[in-house]
Design a protein around this ligand. Structure first.
Ligand code: FES
Length: 168
């Protein structure tokens, strides 16, 4: 028997040993493995973009004077525009801290107001409530208010950037 015919015979034995059921099982397993691997690879590759989409800080190029510490009593708020003409709200909390947010409600963009008695930010359009940390508390809003980053220097309060979460 020639070498060529021996090879052909061995090949034919190999093919006969493979049952169709085994072949399908092996192909399914290979498909699941490669799909799972591709899913993990794709997930890992998009992590940096997911983090960037979750918290987006705008560059701190716009430093804008808002008011002085003395001018805004505890429990009071002040509307201002930042960045550009974006409506924003500075709040002097009862504990003495200052916080500021973009004051367009994250539901349907109505203006949000500070309610001193309840120490919350209220959107009167559909009674949406936000905590003074900017997080939605009750009503339709699901996303937090974009936060205005503040700096206080020599008794002057400046807006120095904005932090947007969840693409709000
Ligand atoms: S627009 Fe603010 S709750 Fe609807």
């Amino acid at each position: 028997m020639s070498n060529e015919s021996k090879d052909r015979e061995r090949l034919s034995e190999l093919v006969d040993n493979l049952s169709r059921a085994d072949d399908v099982k092996l192909n399914r397993r290979a498909f699941i493995k490669s799909t799972f691997g591709a899913g993990i690879a794709l997930g890992l590759a998009t992590i940096p973009f997911n983090i960037a989409a979750f918290v987006r800080s705008e560059p701190r190029t716009d430093r804008q004077f808002i008011t002085t510490v003395e001018a805004l009593e505890r429990g009071k708020s002040l509307e201002f525009e930042y960045p550009g003409t974006e409506p924003s709200l500075l709040v002097h909390l009862k504990n003495g801290e200052f916080v500021a947010y973009n004051n367009k409600c994250t539901h349907l963009q109505c203006p949000v107001f500070y309610v001193e008695e309840e120490d919350v930010l209220l959107c009167p359009c559909h009674r949406g409530y936000f905590g003074v940390d900017g997080q939605p508390q009750a009503g339709p809003p699901q996303r937090e208010l974009p936060k205005i980053l503040l700096e206080i220097e020599n008794g002057k309060i400046f807006a120095v950037g904005r932090e947007i979460h969840h693409g709000a």
